[in-house]
Design a binder for this molecule. Structure first.
Ligand SMILES: *[C@@H]1O[C@H](CO)[C@@H](O)[C@H](O)[C@H]1NC(C)=O
Length: 123
């Protein structure tokens, strides 16, 4: 009987731990995927970028590392604001839980965007 009781306590503690884990959101959770669209601008390929927030949290002030980032087609700073090695996504606006934000750029090669910081508001 006591063993069963202990098992339930352990199960509840474990479930709480898992739930807490899912209710946090870190830069490592945010995914950035890129594909060539097939469009060429001044002979350079266009890249479509999808930033996904898989968390159950609203993310604001998402910043990507974007060292050396350039685009033949100008990108509004409202979409991606580059400052040094960092790029602020969508003016820091909220990216909802399970939502994506998309933008595109034009350059010879793909830039490896990496999420470096964000503020998460979790339920
Ligand atoms: C976010 O990443 C942490 C650490 O890798 C992980 O424990 C957690 O489950 C992730 N959350 C989501 C929603 O993917």
């Amino acid at each position: 009987m006591e063993a069963i009781f202990k098992f339930f306590i352990a199960a509840i503690l474990f479930a709480t731990f898992i739930a807490k884990g899912n209710c946090q959101c870190f830069p490592v959770n945010i995914t950035v995927s890129q594909v060539k669209t097939g469009v060429l601008v001044q002979n350079k390929p266009e890249w479509a970028v999808t930033v996904s927030n898989p968390c159950r949290c609203v993310v604001v002030n998402l910043v990507l590392s974007c060292s050396g980032f350039r685009s033949v087609r100008e990108i509004s700073p409202f979409v991606l604001a580059k400052s040094g090695d960092r790029c602020l996504v969508h003016n820091g606006y909220p990216l909802g839980a399970s939502r994506t934000f998309k933008f595109s750029y034009v350059w010879d090669h793909e830039f490896p965007f990496k999420p470096v910081s964000l503020y998460a508001s979790c339920p």
